[in-house]
Design a protein around this ligand. Structure first.
Ligand code: NAD
Ligand code: ZN
Ligand code: ZN
Length: 343
């Protein structure tokens, strides 16, 4: 049987193991995708550490930003063709008939499966996928450029929509890493004025290059007060991508009266909410989880039209542990993408 290389989480908090295993066979209704590229998201790190209440079961293959060509169809598949370029995202499948699926909120389906979490993901030369939930990659987008869009891109694009901010208004983006870097570009393309917040001055300099109108270092001074002063009352929409609990209270503090603070980062734990301010200022605090298939198509279209472009650093699969180490220390400039094309 033909073999492939894949990186496995074998125990939480332990280095990943590169193993040579059988190439999986797609079952009825499934497809096999030959991976060309797969982004490394901070969520993969949470998965490998078992950070969240819902835990994946080792051994498993992380990765939910895989792009590749369809190389085999299971029985009965008509939704995609062999040779098509697809993305295998976090939302790997859903039931299709619950109240959430029926109202186009498949992201919160109770039977949803998650790529690289409840199902093996894209840190592998081949990955099995559900053809009804793959992303369709527009012609003209290179696989390594498309990879970050299918999690970081769709998540921040959707999160910005969920702020309910309107063109010309202020949005603040807390965390200017893999997600934040794309969030800044989507926000500019959507017509917002953008304030970026991070704890790393290098990331903030990069945020300015990407179009941020204002930048704030979260560790210097009273950022919520400074941002409110600079924006004439706070951001109409706040998007928190930082994987740090302190960013959440700060993000609520940056929100304008009647504004919406959207929570996207997923550090384990809870954060204190300044209840009086939230109530008296009529602030909405809202969670947002990746995006639907329609959000995905819209997010990819922005990139196909040249309005956003992920900043990427290519690396081989064998570097996965050093990438995780750098990601945990905040040392990745924006997104590392595993490059499988030479393999
Ligand atoms: P990343 O490590 O690439 O970027 C995080 C950035 O946050 C870094 O630039 C870091 O310097 C900055 N940061 C750290 N502490 C901060 C603070 N206190 N204030 C401001 N900035 C701070 O991570 P990523 O891949 O962008 O993922 C970020 C988070 O989003 C993770 O927790 C991940 O699990 C989560 N996530 C959620 C969804 C969702 O659907 N809700 C989807 C993808 C990722
Ligand atoms: Zn992700
Ligand atoms: Zn459902």
């Amino acid at each position: 049987m033909a073999k492939m290389q894949a990186a496995f989480v074998t125990a939480f908090g332990k280095p990943l193991e590169i193993r040579t295993v059988d190439i999986p066979t797609p079952g009825p209704g499934q497809i096999l995708v030959k991976t060309e590229a797969c982004g490394v998201c901070h969520t993969d790190l949470h998965a490998a550490n078992g950070d969240w209440p819902l835990k994946p079961v080792p051994p498993f293959i992380p990765g939910h930003e895989a792009i590749g060509r369809v190389v085999a169809l299971g029985q009965g598949v008509t939704a995609v063709k062999e040779g098509e370029r697809v993305g295998v995202p976090w939302l790997a499948s859903a039931c299709g008939h619950c109240e959430y699926c029926l109202s186009a909120w498949e992201t919160v389906c109770g039977e949803a499966q998650f790529g690289g979490y409840t199902r093996n993901g894209g840190f592998a030369e081949y990955v099995v996928a559900d053809p009804n939930y793959v992303a369709h990659i527009p012609d003209g987008l290179e696989p390594h450029e498309a990879a970050p869009l299918i999690c970081a891109g769709v998540t921040t694009y959707k999160g910005l929509k969920e702020t309910d901010a309107r063109p010309g208004q202020w949005v603040a983006i807390s965390g200017a890493g893999g997600l934040g870097n794309l969030a800044i570009q989507y926000a500019k393309a959507m017509g917002f004025k953008v304030a970026a917040v991070d704890i790393d001055d290098g990331k903030l300099a990069h945020a300015t290059e990407r179009g941020a109108d204002l930048v704030f270092n979260a560790l210097k001074g009273d950022v919520a007060a400074d941002l409110k002063a600079a924006t004439g009352g706070g951001a109409h929409g706040v998007l928190i991508t930082a994987p740090s609990l302190s960013a959440f209270k700060q993000g609520v503090g940056m929100t304008r009266k009647l504004g919406t603070c959207v929570l996207v980062g997923l550090p384990p734990g809870e954060f204190p909410t300044p209840l009086f301010n939230v109530v008296a200022d009529c602030i909405t605090i809202r969670g947002s989880f990746v995006g639907t298939r329609q959000d995905m198509a819209e997010a990819l279209a922005f990139a196909a039209e040249g309005k956003v472009k992920a900043d990427i650093e290519l690396a081989p699969l064998s570097d996965v542990n050093s990438i995780f180490d750098r990601l945990s220390k905040g040392e990745v400039a924006s997104r590392v993408v595993l490059d499988f094309r030479a393999a």
